[in-house]
Ligand binder design. Sequence first.
Ligand code: SF4
Length: 280
Amino acid sequence: MRQISAEEITNNVEKICIDANYNLGDDLIASLKNALEREESPLGKEVITQILENAEIGRKEKAPVCQDTGYAVVFIEIGQEVVLEGNSLQEAINEGIRRGYRKGFLRKSIVKDPLDRVNTGDNTPAVIHTDMVSGDKLKITFIAKGGGCENMSRTAMLTPAQGRDGVINFVVKTVKNAGANPCPPIIVGVGIGGTFEYASLLSKKAILRPVGSHNKDKAISSLEDELLEKINKLGIGPQGLGGRITTLAVHVETYPCHIASLPVAVNIECHSHRPKSIVI
Ligand code: SF4
């Protein structure tokens, strides 16, 4: 067995939530540069240029790339041979978020109660998803999820008869209805299968893949390509000002489902895509 202290988890969470908000990933930057070359609309080009300049300012000046520094969503993969020392895993993560958002001067965006709307003041609690895996390591993946793009995400329970075409129609309609609201160019995460809640989780996991990567299953990979083409034909364009590049990537993840169901979830991610991972 390997012992990992709660303090070590807290310190790492503190570090990666600041890093994620200041430094966009190399995969996203490469995808945006590629989009700049392919975009034909002058306004669209200007928007992507400004997004890239903004990313550079965030990196150089150690400043958040967007004023909405997001809901802290944390995925944990914990090895079966790990023993935690000290605080609970949940408290260790929340303390890291608390410290990171304070030290990094990141906006606190969480309200304690969805109806009374009083801010918790420290961006906690995080939404935490935990998976038990083999081994003696602990992997932490943090993503700062913006409210604007999360609000445009949708889940549907289709009938099996609606099939592949039904999935395509739902995904494209969801992006079309979102329009400029999720700050395009976006990344579209799609979860197909499982149950109502599991499809949504899959769609969020899908956006964590490297931007533009393909599902290993050829049929799903071809669905990703078809969705990418159809979404980019909508003409919404960067920041909704028109153009070819509405989405940088479509990532689809699937899971077995009930014979009577076809759950589909679309998690929309904005151009301020801020995931970071660390393995302890
Ligand atoms: S949707 Fe994304 S880019 Fe737009 S305001 Fe929210 S966090 Fe920022």
